[in-house]
Design a protein around this ligand. Structure first.
Ligand code: DC
Length: 229
């Protein structure tokens, strides 16, 4: 096949544990990790900074043509660059989180980023994480994982994650935010969030990080053995 390894697609709901799992699985296998959510966030940051009217197609296309997104692997995961600037931290801000929903629904934005994701992943040896990886970006991925967890567990995880960063928000508004984003991601016309045919479903509600990572690694071992056999 001339591939450097498998293409592993990890999709799922917000705060289901997919980023942590994808990062660790990639590290363990020596694979490249592609954080596609960060790519949408980087484009959203650029549009936000320019106060770009999102319904102005011409302007959107022009700005996209002048936009360079890249990602490099660092110890802590992927670092994302927007026109050469490291935007890994600013793209996690609550402002970008609120702004990214409509931006990732713009077809031209998806087209550009899906193209890039395919370029980065086509030779294999990648763990690609997002919402439409198994359905749209790599429908022929060697392995597809769909992760979810109860809203209660996801709310608790997000709150703990924010506390570690010194941010405070009450559980109710975190839960509302997660629920709203899932709904928006699942109900949109453009590449909605849904499990790909053949995806392995993982409910992480009762799993530790170690357990969810080991589960995926075990599936990868099985898939590799099946390919050889
Ligand atoms: O995973 P995240 O929270 O960083 O994703 C940011 C936004 O981008 C979120 O609203 C879902 C969207 N997204 C998408 O539409 N397609 C992807 N492949 C990845 C993320």
């Amino acid at each position: 096949m001339g591939r450097r390894g498998l293409i592993i697609a990890i999709d799922g709901t917000a705060a289901s544990g997919k980023s942590t799992t994808a990062r660790r699985v990639a590290r363990d296998l020596g694979y490249r990790y592609v954080d596609t959510g960060a790519m949408y966030r980087a484009v959203a940051l650029k549009f936000m900074r320019q106060s770009l009217p999102l319904d102005d197609q011409e302007a959107v296309v022009r700005v996209l043509q002048e936009t360079d997104i890249s990602q490099v692997i660092a110890n802590s995961g992927a670092r994302t660059f927007l026109d050469g600037e490291d935007v890994t931290d600013p793209i996690r801000s609550p402002e970008v989180t609120a702004y990214v929903g409509p931006v990732c629904e713009i077809p031209q934005v998806r087209e550009k980023l899906v193209d890039l994701q395919r370029q980065w992943g086509k030779d294999g040896g990648v763990v690609v994480e997002g919402r439409d990886i198994g359905t749209v970006v790599f429908p022929d991925a060697d392995m597809k994982i769909f992760m979810d967890a109860s809203l209660k567990v996801r709310t608790r995880r997000r709150r703990q994650e924010w506390e570690r960063k010194g941010l405070k928000e009450d559980s109710q508004s975190i839960a509302t935010g997660i629920d709203r984003r899932d709904r928006r991601d699942s109900e949109r016309k453009q590449s909605p969030l849904k499990a790909a045919p053949g995806a392995i479903h993982v409910d992480t509600s009762g799993l530790t990080i170690e357990e969810q990572v080991n589960f995926v690694l075990e599936k990868v071992r099985e898939a590799k053995a099946a390919q050889k056999g």
